[in-house]
Design a protein. Structure first.
Ligand code: NAP
Length: 343
């Protein structure tokens, strides 16, 4: 059985849940952080380790430094590569997104190659590596996106975060194909929601919900559609990918696909009038005028607003064995946590 797991990005929103579940299952977790001295970044995980059967080791490594992960990978049975910046508003996409995603994946997988003990790598990709814009579905003549599809419409200028995820995942498959020592299993979550172990994370998931609860969409919700999945389910999928010998290839994770407005209506159905939620969708024309306030440019609006999508999650359920948390429960737990922390 695989016992020592090197985890990158374990300090983040998704990664913290992964580390928690690994510790609870008695794994030795080699957590890589950029700066060991910044203990506040991983104090929540040290606390979890104190009360669990697993062991937490802190190693220093940076996605941008070649060879940085070699020491931590040496002797590890497997690697979970979760770290990658998830930020949507960037000034320099190459520096802030592409380099850490692409060079980081290369550095981590070269560390896997350099350590003969590593037999499996679980990579956190995204549905952003499956498709770029919602309009792609119809443009490609599809009724739904599946694991067969790869995003080929994002670029450094348009949807650079999605571009960073597509480039990184492609790089991972290329490196995987050039060796026979370790197996690669890829997890492609849609928009991740649900409570955080460390609500201070910079993840856009938390920012998105904070914006909704603060009334930012009160004048009207953008007519945008996403897949949504619980952070705890995403972490469980990582463990299933690690432990299931038959697991292979990519796995789209989405409990369902729905609109932002519909999501706010779930909040309303649970919390009533507690938050200033939108009562309607913003007309697309209006979005062209006010979209900049939400960081949405004209090209994004044209290619995404008003275009529903469908994500096929069958493989994650049937082959991985993931049981999805209903979105209503995910949202209730997340809103309760954020509401409490704002008191
Ligand atoms: P997050 O909370 O911002 O976590 C990102 C993690 O990456 C943090 O641990 C961060 O470490 C680490 N990181 C960033 N840049 C780094 C660098 N240069 N060197 C080393 N570590 C670095 O975001 P998240 O939402 O958990 O996302 C985690 C992963 O899931 C990412 O790969 C993201 O693309 C993917 N994903 C997220 C979603 C979603 O909706 N949240 C959906 C699909 C896929 P620090 O603590 O040092 O900053």
């Amino acid at each position: 059985m695989i016992k020592t797991v090197l985890v990158t990005g374990g300090t983040g929103y998704i990664g913290s849940w992964v580390v928690k579940y690994l510790l609870e299952k008695s794994y030795t977790v080699r957590l890589t952080v950029r700066n060991k001295n910044k203990q506040a970044n991983y104090a929540h995980l040290s606390k979890l380790a104190d009360t669990s059967s697993g062991k937490l080791e802190i190693w220093e490594a940076d996605l941008l430094i070649k060879g940085s992960f070699d020491a931590a990978a040496n002797g590890a049975d497997s690697i979970m590569h979760i770290a990658s910046p998830f930020i949507l508003k960037v000034k320099d996409a190459q520096k802030e997104l592409i380099n850490p995603a692409l060079l980081g994946t290369r550095n981590v997988l070269e560390a896997a190659n350099a350590s003969p003990s590593v037999k499996k790598v679980v990579l956190t990709s995204s549905v952003a590596a499956v498709y770029g814009d919602n309009i792609d579905m119809k443009a490609m003549g599809l009724n739904e996106f599946t694991e067969e599809h790869f995003n080929n419409t994002s670029s450094l200028k348009h949807q650079p975060y999605s571009y960073s995820k597509a480039l990184a995942e492609k790089e991972a498959w290329d490196i995987y194909k050039s060796q026979s020592q370790w197996k690669l299993v890829v997890i492609n979550p849609s928009f991740v929601m649900g409570p955080a172990i460390n609500p201070d994370t910079n993840s856009e998931s938390i920012g998105f919900m904070k914006d909704i609860l603060s009334g930012k969409l009160a004048m009207g919700a953008p007519d945008l559609y996403f897949g949504f999945v619980d952070a705890r389910d995403v972490a469980k999928a990582h463990l299933l990918a690690l432990e299931n010998h038959a697991a292979d290839g990519r796995h789209i994770l989405a409990e369902r696909t729905t609109g932002v407005f519909e999501l706010t209506q779930i909040i309303k159905s649970i919390f009533g009038k507690k938050f200033k939620l939108p009562t309607k969708k913003s007309p697309k024309l209006l979005m062209y005028l006010v979209g900049w306030m939400f960081g949405l440019n004209a090209k994004f609006i044209t290619r995404n607003v008003g275009h529903a999508i469908k994500l096929n999650n069958t493989k994650s359920s049937i082959k991985l064995g993931l049981v999805y948390t209903p979105l209503e429960k995910t949202i209730e737990d997340m809103v309760n946590q954020l509401d409490k922390s704002s008191d």
